[in-house]
Design a binder for this molecule. Sequence first.
Ligand code: SAM
Ligand code: SF4
Length: 326
Amino acid sequence: MAKDRFGRNIHYLRISLTDHCNLRCVYCMPEDMTFRPNAELMQDDEILILTRLFANLGIDKIRLTGGEPTLRANVVDIVRDISAIKGIRSVSMTTNGLLLTKLAQPLADAGLERVNISIDTLDPDKFKRLTRWGKVNEVLAGIYAAEAAGLTPVKLNAVIVTGYNESDVVPLAGLTAEHPWQVRFIEMMPFAGATEFQLTQMVTAAQIQEQVEVAFGTLEVVNHGKLDGEARLFHLKNGIGDIGFISSVTSPFCASCTRARLTADGILRMCLLREKEVDLLTPLRAGASLDELRDLILDAVWNKPWGHGLADGAIPLNRTMSEIGG
Ligand code: SAM
Ligand code: SF4
């Protein structure tokens, strides 16, 4: 198991399969976002070489993300190949859900275990405004397709944005009364591309929880308050799903972070909210040996930042959120 210098076991790798996306969520990227040419992105064999290397170092949990990971050509084959790597015990995906009606079953058959689907409102007009052109009914169809394919428990990610969807907190939380889903509210974080917007229109997890409790009464704590990944879980009285709060900005969980991130252009990033990165793809393409790549990874892991610096005004401006993948 690869440990950092603070003793954290780094065993969870998020791999971005592409920086491209079929939406332009206002809190994620500018409308006129330009994407990298495919040749600059890791090719299928490069993803597998690096993932095998990570698995040899103790990574056992993979999440595929983007951009929008379902846009990646061969995504089903990539899932199958990653799932077959020795040591990998779980492969999941974060997606906007638009293509799941077509892909949920093939992905499940290829070994995908679960999906997190992003949906910030159930209202078609507000969804369109938040995503700049998305159709919420397509996402809802994707959620049901994921459930039918056994990609469960389905987790739904919602970012609440002042002036856009504050009043959607209650209907989103209310989904857990009737569905065994986990609805997770994520605090908006600042990156490049929409920094001013992200800083000024963030709604805190505490404010969201208050809204939920005004509508439904006091929430019941799940798992004695133990974090589920990065989420604090609760449920509604008589709810069959869970409600999670991810308070990365106001109450960071850095002390228990076990993650690394590999961007679509093959860059290892040890903290979502720190600019420091280590390029793995350039040396791989230049013929570096597996031992040399392994040393680069181990050094990056060892030097994983203790935590983010948002409270001190350190905002990562070298990439948009969509280029890292969340
Ligand atoms: N396209 C996929 C999706 O939307 O689920 C995967 C990539 S997206 C960057 C991953 C997650 O990050 C989504 O749940 C999205 O809502 C969230 N996200 C995007 N920008 C964010 C921001 N500035 N702060 C917090 N979460 C953000
Ligand atoms: Fe695309 Fe996901 Fe970013 Fe929305 S949050 S623009 S769906 S990458």
